[in-house]
Design a protein around this ligand. Structure first.
Ligand SMILES: [Zn+2]
Length: 106
């Protein structure tokens, strides 16, 4: 049974989010600051798996829709997230190679 959240709770970037970010929201988020540490028990925002205390956790202070929030990532997931953001912005201009295998080796 879950009661409503107290309305006078101060907004905090470290506040636990009850709603998880969608992939689209993750892509819109802009990384402001990144720092590393050990897993604090928060789930990774990319793969939704809790970052183990023995694992390296990337904490990202990000801006999303004018709000700042903290994202938690595994190291690999942070890389994947950054790569996904790059790919998303690149998809606007289709000027590069298609990425298919080159059959030019005749
Ligand atoms: Zn992850």
């Amino acid at each position: 049974m879950q009661g409503p959240a107290p309305s006078d709770a101060l907004p905090s970037v470290h506040q636990a989010r009850s709603v998880r970010l969608t992939v689209a929201a993750l892509r819109r988020a802009t990384s402001l600051r990144v720092w590393g540490g050990h897993g604090c028990g928060a789930p990774c925002d990319f793969c939704r798996v809790v970052v183990a205390p023995a694992d390296v956790e990337y904490e990202v202070e990000a801006s999303l829709d004018g709000k700042s929030l903290v994202l938690h990532f595994h190291r690999n997931c942070h890389d994947a997230w950054q790569a996904g953001q790059t790919a998303a912005s690149d998809s606007d201009q289709r000027d590069g190679p298609q990425g298919g295998p080159s059959s030019d080796a005749a």
